[in-house]
Design a protein around this ligand. Structure first.
Ligand code: A2P
Length: 283
C-alpha cells in the first residue's frame, strides 16, 4: 500500500481504497458534510456511512459537491436493524440511495446479524435480507455486498442459503480487540476485514506501548495504530471530524512497523474496550 488510493481487491474483482473515512458519530448536517469534504480534500477516496448513522444525506452532498469523478470514490452504506427481511431491505435500499443522491452504491452491508427485533428468527431474517442483497447486486445497483459485526456462527448460518459469499465483514478491530476467530473464519472464506473503531473510539491514545511506539517511529499514536491495522491486512475506517486529524490519519505510507513491534502491539490485551456482543445488543 503506497497511498490512500492504493486498493484491496474483493473476491469479485472490485477494488476498494485501503483506508476508509468513518462517519459514525459524525452529526448529520454541517459536521458530517464538512468532515467528508475535508477527507476528500485530504485524499481519502473511500467513505463509510450507514442508514443508522443518520448522516447519509450529508455524506451524499459532500461526495456530489466534491467535483471528484464518482467512479473514483468508494461509498459504503449499511442496512438498519429494523429493515431486515426481503421487501423491507429493497425499500430501505431505495431510501438510502435517495438520501445519498447516488445511482449506484459501491458496498452495502447488513449492519448487525441479530437485531433485537429479530432475535427469535435472525437466521431466516438474514437469509431473506441476503436474497435482496444478491438481487440488487446482480441488477448492478451495488458493486459489492457484505456484512458487519458477523461472527463465525452468523456467517455459517448465512452461507447455508447464500448464493454469493459476502465480500466484506466490517467488525471492530483495534489493538487489544483482534477478534481472532472471526478474522480467521473471514479469511478462510476470502472475506475482506474492515476495521471499525481502529483507534478504539479514542481509547488507544492512553495506551503506554502505543505511546512508546509513537516516540520510536516519530509518528503519532493514531498513525501507529492505523499502520498496524494495514499491516495486519485489515482495512481501517478511522473517524474524525477534526480536519488536522483527518489529514494526520492519512499519513501512513512513509514508514513500516517491524515484525517485532507488530507482534508487541498485537499482543496487547483489553486496552481499548471490546466489541459489543452482536447476540445481545439491545437494538
Ligand atoms: P474527533 O472526531 O473529535 O477528531 P475511532 O476511529 O476508533 O472510532 O476513533 C474516533 C475517535 O478518535 C474520535 O473521538 C476522534 O475525535 C478521535 N480521533 C481520531 N483521530 C484522531 C487523532 N489523529 N488524534 C486524536 N484523536 C483522534
Amino acid at each position: 500500500m503506497k497511498s490512500l488510493k492504493s486498493t484491496f481487491t474483493l473476491h469479485n474483482g472490485v477494488t476498494i481504497p485501503c483506508v476508509g473515512f468513518g462517519t459514525w458519530q459524525a452529526q448529520d448536517g454541517e459536521q458530517a458534510e464538512t468532515a467528508v469534504r475535508a477527507a476528500l480534500e485530504a485524499g481519502y477516496r473511500h467513505i463509510d456511512t450507514a442508514a443508522a448513522y443518520g448522516n447519509e444525506e450529508s455524506v451524499g452532498r459532500a461526495v456530489r459537491a466534491s467535483g471528484i469523478d464518482r467512479a473514483e470514490i468508494f461509498v459504503t452504506s449499511k442496512l438498519r436493524n429494523p429493515d431486515h427481511g426481503y421487501e423491507s431491505t429493497l425499500a430501505a435500499f431505495d431510501l438510502t440511495m435517495r438520501r445519498l443522491g447516488l445511482d449506484t452504491l459501491d458496498l452495502y452491508l447488513i449492519h448487525w446479524p441479530n437485531p433485537a427485533q429479530f432475535r427469535d428468527n435472525w437466521q431466516e431474517a438474514n437469509a431473506a435480507t441476503w436474497k435482496a442483497f444478491e438481487e440488487l447486486y446482480e441488477a448492478g445497483r451495488i458493486r459489492a455486498i457484505g456484512v458487519s459485526n458477523f461472527r463465525p456462527h452468523h456467517l455459517d448460518a448465512l452461507l447455508k442459503t447464500a448464493r454469493i459469499v459476502p465480500m466484506v465483514n466490517q467488525i471492530r478491530l483495534c489493538p487489544g480487540d483482534t477478534q481472532d476467530e472471526t478474522v480467521a473464519y473471514s479469511r478462510k472464506h476470502n472475506i475482506l476485514l474492515e476495521a471499525y473503531s481502529p483507534l478504539g473510539t479514542g481509547k488507544i491514545f492512553g495506551v503506554p506501548l502505543m505511546q512508546e511506539m509513537a516516540a520510536k517511529y516519530g509518528k503519532t499514536v493514531a498513525q501507529i495504530s492505523l499502520r498496524w491495522s494495514l499491516q495486519m491486512g485489515f482495512l481501517p475506517l478511522p473517524k474524525s471530524t477534526t480536519p488536522s486529524r483527518i489529514r494526520e490519519n492519512a499519513a501512513l505510507f512513509d514508514f513500516e512497523l517491524s515484525q517485532a513491534d507488530m507482534d508487541r502491539i498485537t499482543g496487547l490485551e483489553d486496552c481499548c474496550g471490546k466489541a459489543s456482543d452482536p447476540d445481545k445488543i439491545p437494538f
